[in-house]
Design a protein around this ligand. Structure first.
Ligand code: SAM
Length: 270
């Protein structure tokens, strides 16, 4: 009887924005059974702690534009580990399908005949919006959602001016440190200076920081540390003041009681 050949496989996995509770159940299960993990630099320490002690772990990321391992070298490590029959995880921040060179990795794996699977993650825009308690779309004023990267490949400047729209929410990934340049692009694209704007750094992590400003204030705002993104659009406006139901507001008369009675009536009738 022939010994079955151990087949290696690569999982292109999203680690989410940082909070380990935001990992998917599938990601957690596959990570715990992994034999080799190649991860990006942005992966939170609490998530790396979930990797079993026997697993080979390698940081293949680049921090803040510094030269890291070449993309070709990452491809060859993924391919050789899978060819040795290992269960390999390529762990990326947020969702692996967004702004993370996953297309190049899929092409390399496919060309090499390596089986692979994608395990989605919570993208940082969603983590940031949840942390700031804003929606990303709103049927009243944002029917479009635009994710753009302010970082382009090579030396060509990132071009995204053509997608700026008044009824859209714009999320700028990798905004860099020149907020003035981004504010100018958004204003030139027709956005009003009063458009609400959020800067969210380390969303869902302990060091999380959130700044609420308007587009005209963006250029003057001190830069927050990476990882950080911008959310621009009416969705980013502050919520109405929180009304504590325990404290009767000065406006409270008999009206709210009447509303409650209506609701109760409706339930009784139904
Ligand atoms: C190379 S992109 C990868 C995006 C990732 N695939 C995702 O879905 O979030 C890295 C950029 O994502 C954003 N980012 C990642 N994690 C973040 C976090 N926890 N808080 C804010 N922005 C984050 C930053 O703009 C950062 O420069």
């Amino acid at each position: 009887m022939k010994t079955p050949i151990m087949k290696g496989k690569v999982c292109l996995m999203g680690a989410g924005p940082g909070d380990p509770d935001l990992l998917t159940v599938k990601a957690m299960r596959v990570l715990r059974a992994s034999e080799v993990v190649l991860h990006d630099d942005l992966i939170a320490a609490e998530i790396l702690e979930l990797i079993p002690a026997w697993t080979q772990v390698l940081n293949v990321g680049r921090r803040c534009g510094q030269a890291g391992m070449s993309q070709e070298k990452i491809h060859s490590l993924l391919i050789s580990a899978a060819r040795e029959g290992h269960q390999v995880v390529r762990l990326k921040g947020g969702d692996p399908l967004l702004f993370g060179r996953v297309g190049e990795e899929m092409e390399a794996l496919s060309r090499a005949g390596i089986d692979f699977e994608v395990i989605p993650g919570v993208t940082s825009a969603m983590g940031a919006a949840a942390a700031a308690r804003i929606p990303l779309t709103d049927r009243r004023f944002a029917s479009k959602l635009v994710f753009v990267s302010n970082h382009a490949a090579g030396n060509t400047p990132a071009a995204w001016d053509d997608v700026i729209a008044k009824d859209a929410t714009h999320v700028v990934y990798m905004p860099g440190t020149n907020y003035g340049e981004i504010a100018a692009k958004l204003s030139a694209g027709g956005l009003d200076g009063r458009t609400p704007c959020l800067i969210v750094a380390s969303a869902t992590q302990g060091e999380q920081q959130i700044r609420r400003i308007t587009l005209c204030e963006l250029a003057l705002e001190p830069c927050l540390p990476a990882p950080m993104l911008l959310i621009v659009g009416e969705v980013a406006r502050p919520l109405p003041p929180f009304e504590d139901p325990a404290k009767p507001s000065p406006r409270a008369t008999s009206e709210p009681h009447e509303e409650i009675l209506h609701l109760t009536d409706a339930r009784v009738k139904a």
